[in-house]
Design a protein around this ligand. Structure first.
Ligand code: ADP
Length: 794
């Protein structure tokens, strides 16, 4: 207890328990008030009082475990309040020795530091009997030693107890000076853990010591496994000895702070109810039945066996089909934290596994960072876009991910920055990708791929009305009473303003409509007198076609408040979104022989693809344009060879009517869009059809699209991505789809109403393909005969 004589100690004294050190008479101490009881005391006594000076409290060093706030107090040290002060004569020699030691100690410090110079002066001016307490509070001592000084009621004993401590400090300083040349900064570190009331400046050091002990407490309270704790304590020890100005100081501190913050043993408890999960998934997502079923199975197994190891689910599908949002729903059904780790473009393994601490600017990898962010060790981690991981000289991030995802290894995942293992086995990993083609095989092997195909037009309309429109209305502060988007408008947005497998740009377009309407509604609020004279989309507004986009919509008719609800019809849609971006171009482009529609699969979903061919006089050259890959080029050569070998049979001729279509003729094949790289064997049947049309001069049916790989013998082999391709053809308004016979089983995945709209032809040979692609068939004149092998001129 600190007191100066003359202060009246009250009979009942509120006590502050501190773990931070011992408050010796004449010194001040910074106490971190972090227990409930101490907070209570500060609130009720110190903060309420009118002046701090008038409030007297007792400060008691707590020698117990700082983590527990025990009810009873630690044993109090009793002493006679007025510490005895002998007369100077008796203790003359002892006090003189003490004084000299103190002078020697202070003399070893850097006198250019103002606080040291001040201290030196104080040594002369202060009464000698106060010196033991003050010096003991300044030098490096344990709390136990300080308590012994505090307990020493007798002055002689106090001198005797403190003198060895000072001598020890002097020896320590001498050693330090011998081992390395002290820099001025280092001298400061020898200084005081506690501020005496004589030294009024230099708070930095003491704050630092406080911070270090706080950090130590945090580290100890982080509940980390033994090996990690050992490393931390070692680092703490190093930190304490390190001068603050050393660059390594900050690094070590950051490291320790991260270690203390990591959720070593903090987790949320799963609250899994399969029925509720089913309802939640259904409420959040329309359609995606197959995916939802598999997710529920997965969750059910987790419920029955909580220690389930793997498999890691990987949702593969085009953008905007709800992969991320299903991941988020899974976290919600489990009651877990959700964290998304974007892996697109990551090409350095340190991104996953962190940098070693030896590097400047080193930091932990994204996994450890994610754990720090969520603050629990069992979150749902969504590894977004695993197919877009890159490779570089800095190592292969996919290989680092292997360790993260492998249930056999990830209980001891070692981040380079931490350098101790962290148990990731409680983390639920879900990956997403646009295609499996670019996922490294070893990584793919550890995941269970769930395909999330694109949506049909009808599904998109439903998703828009159930989820996207309500969500966008809410985002824009609108209500259904203010804005209505009828089904046919949604259909128009889908077919004429978007061309995508998912619903992301649909959502954006709906957002644009909401923004435009929000302007109207806000304007309507400002104009007070209501004018019920007609809807906002008058004929004069519809005439304003040149100025497209939101501007035109905003500029028009602003003076009249709109009639609620504002219903978006096609005129309003055109005003807001501009002229349609996509037109139904199919029938228009099949007016010449030598054009056919193929179906392509891209990571963004299915697409229809026009194949164009033309011929001119030449030397039998084949020119291919449209950024084709090798496989596609080979398909073109195959197609030409097959057609030449069957030219007689199908009465195919060159320009001059000769039986060899390439005789004196050059052929050019083009695949728009020219800027997009294309590859794969599935365009084979389309190239054959397109060339057959060119060589026969007949038009291909304009409502037919096709896909399939070909062989030199004229067989049609199966291809992938049938569902996406069929949906793309359906979107484009095509009616007949030619697919390889062996792909017939894939049609089951296609929604019934789409199937009902389409006429599927399953072909096993090119003959069947040609028959289905041309009106009235493409009949061969006679039974096929074996031809001598035609040597290609290409
Ligand atoms: P992805 O991760 O596949 O690229 P997102 O999960 O980000 O796509 O989805 C984009 C948006 O589309 C989100 O707002 C999501 O809620 C919505 N969405 C996608 N599919 C559905 C669905 N079946 N039902 C409801 N909303 C959906």
């Amino acid at each position: 207890m600190a007191s100066s004589s003359g202060v009246q100690i009250p009979g009942r004294l509120p006590l502050l328990l501190t773990h931070d050190g011992v408050l010796l008479p004449g010194s001040t101490v910074r106490v971190s008030v972090d227990t409930g009881r101490n907070m209570q005391l500060v609130k009720s006594r110190l903060l309420k009082g009118t002046s701090l000076k008038s409030t007297i409290i007792g400060v008691i060093p707590n020698t117990r475990d700082p983590e527990q706030e025990a009810d009873e107090l630690p044993t109090l040290h009793r002493w006679v309040w007025q510490r005895s002060s002998h007369n100077q004569g008796e203790l003359g020699e002892l006090s003189q020795r003490f004084y000299q030691a103190a002078v020697q100690l202070v003399g070893m410090l850097d006198m250019s530091v103002p606080v040291v110079a001040k201290l030196r002066k104080l040594l002369d001016s202060l009464p000698r009997d106060t010196l033991p307490d003050i010096l003991a509070s300044m030098i490096r001592t344990t709390n136990k030693e300080k308590l012994q000084v505090l307990d020493a009621v007798d002055l002689e004993e106090r001198f005797k107890k403190t003198l060895p401590l000072i001598t020890r400090q002097i020896e320590g300083l001498k050693l330090l000076q011998n081992t390395r040349k002290l820099r001025p900064d280092d001298n400061k570190k020898v200084g005081t853990p506690f501020k005496t009331h004589f030294s009024l400046e230099e708070e930095g050091d003491e704050e630092d010591v406080d911070d270090t002990s706080l950090l130590e407490r945090k580290v100890k309270g982080a509940n980390m496994p033994e090996p990690a704790l050992r490393v931390c304590l070692k680092e703490l020890k190093r930190l304490k000895k390190m001068p603050q100005s050393m660059p390594e100081y900050a690094l070590t501190r950051n490291y320790l702070e991260l270690m203390a913050e990591l959720p070593w043993s903090k987790s949320t408890s799963d609250c899994l109810d399969i029925r509720a999960a089913r309802v939640l998934l259904d409420n959040d997502h329309y359609a995606m039945e197959k995916l939802k079923r598999r997710v529920l199975e997965y969750l059910a197994v987790r419920q029955l066996k909580s220690t389930l190891k793997g498999p890691i689910l990987c949702f593969v599908g085009p953008p905007g089909v709800g992969k991320t949002s299903v991941g988020r729903s899974i976290a919600r059904t489990l009651g877990r934290e959700f964290h998304r780790i974007a892996l697109g473009g990551v090409c350095d393994q340190s991104d996953i596994r962190g940098h070693r601490r030896t590097y400047v600017g080193s930091m932990p990898g994204r996994i450890i960072n994610g754990l720090k962010t969520v603050g629990v060790n069992n979150p749902v981690f969504l590894l977004d876009e695993v197919d877009k991981l890159g490779k570089s000289l800095q190592g292969d991030p996919a290989a680092a991910l292997l360790e993260v995802l492998d249930p056999e290894q990830n209980h001891s995942f070692t981040d380079h920055y931490l350098n101790v293992s962290f148990d990731l086995s409680q983390v639920l990993f879900i990956a997403t990708a646009n295609t499996t083609a670019t996922i490294p095989p070893a990584l793919l092997d550890r995941m269970e791929v769930l395909q999330v195909p694109g949506y049909t037009q009808e599904e998109k309309v439903e998703i828009a009305h159930r989820h996207l429109i309500p969500h966008q209305l809410e985002q824009h502060g609108l209500t259904p009473q203010q804005l209505q988007i009828p089904q046919h408008t949604t259909q128009e947005i889908i077919s004429r303003y978007t061309r995508e497998a998912g619903v992301r740009s649909l959502e954006r377009k709906i957002g644009a409509v909401c923004r435009a309407v929000a302007v109207k509604v806000a304007e309507g609020h400002k104009i007070s007198k209501p004018d019920p004279s007609g809807p906002q989309h008058g004929p004069e507004e519809a005439g304003d076609r040149e100025r497209t986009g939101e501007e035109a919509y905003r500029d028009t008719d602003m003076t009249a408040p709109p009639e609620m609800p504002i219903v978006i019809d096609s005129v309003a849609l055109k005003d807001i979104l501009g002229p349609p971006v996509f037109e139904m171009e199919v029938s228009e482009r099949l007016t010449l022989p030598g054009v056919a529609i193929g179906l392509a699969w891209t990571p963004l979903g299915g697409e229809i693809m026009f194949v164009e061919a033309s011929r001119m006089e030449g030397e039998g050259q084949l020119t291919l344009t449209g950024q084709l890959g090798d496989v596609m080029k080979e398909s073109a050569h195959l197609a030409i060879s097959w057609l030449r070998s069957n030219a007689k049979l199908y009465q195919l001729t060159n320009i001059a009517g000769s039986q060899d279509p390439l005789e004196g003729t050059d052929v050019h094949l083009h695949f728009p869009a020219g800027a997009v790289t294309k590859d794969g064997p599935s365009a084979g049947v389309t190239i054959v059809t397109c060339l057959a049309s060119l060589f026969s001069g007949r038009l291909v049916r304009s409502d037919v699209a096709m896909t399939g790989e070909i062989t030199l013998r004229g067989l049609v082999l199966p291809v992938g991505g049938i569902k996406d391709k069929v949906l793309a053809a359906h979107r484009a308004g095509l009616k007949r789809i030619i697919i390889p016979k062996r792909n017939e089983k894939d049609l089951e995945e296609i929604p019934i109403h789409v199937r009902a709209d389409l006429d599927f032809v399953a072909a096993s040979s090119l003959d069947e393909v040609l028959n289905a692609a041309f009106d009235g068939g493409f009949a061969a004149t006679t039974a096929p005969v074996t031809h001598p092998q035609v040597s290609s001129k290409l």
